[in-house]
Structure formats: structure tokens, C-alpha cells
Design a protein around this ligand. Sequence first.
Ligand code: SF4
Length: 76
Amino acid sequence: MTRLVVDLNRCQGYAQCAFLAPDVFTMHGEESLVYSPHADEEQRERVARAVAACPVQAITADGLDGAVGGTSDGAR
Ligand code: SF4
């Protein structure tokens, strides 16, 4: 189980996450994002991609170790 949090103050509604992990992130209207705070194991890699793709790094998730090769924390 992957726990995730989206900082909705930071989120700009770019919908990259909804595009990459549609089962976890859904756009409601233009800018409001709805997400499920717990993602299934099988969603882990998609969640990791969404985390990496978010232009404003609004998504924080744990339990992603090894989900995507070469993830680094040095990007901020
Ligand atoms: S990718 Fe980031 S900014 Fe875009 S909707 Fe998702 S959380 Fe928000």
C-alpha cells in the first residue's frame, strides 16, 4: 500500500498525475484534483511516475522505493 498526499495549495491543476495514474488521481473540473490517499500495490509505479511528473512537486508518496529506477531526491 502506498500512502500519498497532494499539497493542494501547491497543485496547479496541470493534470499530469491524472494522466499518468488515472485510477488514483482524477480531475474534477478545470483545477480541482481528487485523489485517493491510498494506492494499491499495482498502482505504485504509476504513482511514482505521477510524483516525478508533477511540475510543482505537489505529490508526496511513501513506499515507492524501487518503483521507478533511478529516482533521486536531489531534484528540488
Ligand atoms: S500533476 Fe501536480 S500540479 Fe498537476 S494536477 Fe497533479 S498534483 Fe496537481
